[in-house]
Design a protein around this ligand. Structure first.
Ligand SMILES: Cc1cc2nc3c(=O)[nH]c(=O)nc-3n(C[C@H](O)[C@H](O)[C@H](O)COP(=O)(O)OP(=O)(O)OC[C@H]3O[C@@H](n4cnc5c(N)ncnc54)[C@H](O)[C@@H]3O)c2cc1C
Length: 276
């Protein structure tokens, strides 16, 4: 057994991680160009009390459908909802969901497992995805998130020790295999890539990785509801609970109908406006 006593005493230990959510980008308004458009249709005085650019963009895209920037601009429209919160609440309530697709958010989800990323990519509509490549990035340090069923089990001490030991073994396998393959001295990058790609096959799917996930607001609402649902897996519930908390605070008028419940110590965001 090559790996026994591989790490020096008191040396490398399992790198335990917690999933992290970074909201790194969002749709912004070009105010000068919006001003030119408002001049063009004769409502240069129009303003919005939207708390964010995304909520303002959704409002603008919605209002242009009926020219409802002010009463009478379209002679068929004699009354309008003046405030952003009531305007967006109505868009959501009547399921005019295509309007909220105009807002895009860009997330980096770090220290999430391949279990998580595989579940995430099942949501195909309205997203863009960039995933850390384990063909290129060599596994030298396996980050691992510990599910609560291990931590809270009556035999948790024994089970945690077992799990940690096995993941540490797998990390050592990566290092040993790299040495056996002499990958560090390989000059040809194509060969290096093939070796790195082959080596990942003996890594656990619980290993921590990073995924870039851009999503429009319509899709995000749907995914928050599905993936914070008590029937979903713990890690994805944890991540989407964090995402929901962030977006509900930052874009209150797009998520005001989401009600927070705590189920099994995790947030569940429920809405009566399902799948807008
Ligand atoms: C608790 C839970 C357990 C799950 N278990 C499993 C499992 O055991 N095995 C498994 O394979 N998957 C499983 N999944 C994944 C699930 O089946 C879906 O693939 C995933 O949730 C994506 O959601 P979605 O179908 O709404 O698609 P999204 O890509 O999020 O699309 C959003 C919506 O757009 C519409 N849409 C998307 N694509 C099409 C299309 N091609 N044609 C028509 N309309 C479309 C649908 O209305 C869809 O709901 C599970 C999901 C959850 C939440």
């Amino acid at each position: 057994m090559l790996y026994i006593n591989y790490w020096p005493k008191g040396g490398k230990k399992l790198h335990k991680v917690e999933p992290k959510v970074f909201l790194i980008g969002e749709t912004r308004i070009q105010e000068d160009e919006l001003g030119l458009y408002l001049d063009h249709i004769g409502v240069s005085e129009w303003t919005s009390d939207a708390p964010s650019d995304i909520e303002k963009i959704v409002e603008v895209m919605g209002r242009l459908c009926y020219k409802s920037f002010k009463p009478g601009l379209n002679p068929n429209v004699v009354k309008i909802r003046e405030h952003n919160d009531e305007y967006l609440a109505n868009v959501i309530n009547i399921k005019h969901g295509s309007v909220i697709e105009h807002g895009m958010l860009n997330f980096i989800l770090a220290d999430v497992s391949r279990v998580f990323t595989h579940e995430l990519v099942r949501h195909r509509v309205g997203v863009a995805i960039s995933q850390e490549s384990l063909r290129f990035v060599r596994l030298t340090n396996l980050g691992f998130w510990m599910p609560s069923v291990f931590k809270n089990h009556p035999r948790s001490e024994e089970i945690m020790r077992f799990v940690i030991e096995k993941v540490e073994f797998m990390e050592r396998w990566q290092v040993e295999l790299a040495e056996m393959l002499d990958i560090a001295n390989e000059k040809d990058f194509e060969v290096k890539k093939k070796l790195t790609s082959a080596m990942r096959r003996i890594a656990p799917i619980g290993l921590a990785t990073t995924i870039g996930w851009s999503v429009n607001v319509r899709t995000l609402r749907h995914v928050i509801e599905m993936r914070t649902h008590p029937g979903a897996e713990e890690e994805i519930r944890l991540v989407f609970g964090k995402i929901a908390e962030k977006v509900k605070m930052r874009y209150p008028n797009l998520f005001s109908d989401y009600e927070l419940k705590i189920v099994d110590d995790l947030p569940y965001y429920e809405t009566k406006n399902s799948k807008v």
